[in-house]
Design a protein around this ligand. Sequence first.
Ligand SMILES: [Zn+2]
Length: 252
Amino acid sequence: MRNLLIALMAALSLLLSTPGSVPVSQAAAPDAVTVSVSIPVLCYHVVSTNPSGRYQLSLTKFKEQMAYLASNNFTTLSVDEYYSIMTLQTTAPAKPILLTFDDSTADFVTNVVPVLKQYNFKATQFAVSGWVNNPGYLTSAQLQTLHSAGYDIQNHTQTHADLSTLTYANAYAEVSSADSFITAATGKKPEFLAYPYGRTDVTAQTALRDVGIKMAFTVSGGKTTPADNFLSLNRNMVVSSETLSSFIKKVS
Ligand SMILES: [Zn+2]
């Protein structure tokens, strides 16, 4: 009888276990739902009323995508909220998503922010410090205003160099110089970085860690989970050829 009971309980626990969840010991606290969380991170570049090339998305498509996220009850995250969920300090909300924009181009203020505001969406701008204050790019004053409005201004290096090709010293300089510039502009030290061209290696990751970067993003597709290497997190690029159905696949 006792053996039958044990067999029944074992079968029941097998039935109840969630496929794909990371096994944790019962004493380890975080529940299976939190541990198995997987969060899409989207990577945008220019959003334009007159787009050209792969990295310029039409404003019409962008509006359509944000409307989809809103009507399907996605929760956009700040980078700090994202970090807190990924380190299992906070339980994820329903349908969490991180929206990121690279290269500090001027359209972020003119085209992107008005749409984000409409839905009260949070977003992160990965700024190239050496491009800020140049024609076609955001200004230091705009970075400050965006930061005050609740947007995250984070690190995309000083010159948009491929960090995977640099020595430790040069990678450190690229990251720390952008770090100082953004800290001066916003008053908040960036702790998150997007790799230019999505490229990274062990040397770059060591330099990042030494500058104080907690998380860094590539553009390798796929979602992110707490089990990932936090200095090589996937982002899904949204490019000009995106259709609503291919977009839905990226966020679902
Ligand atoms: Zn870039």
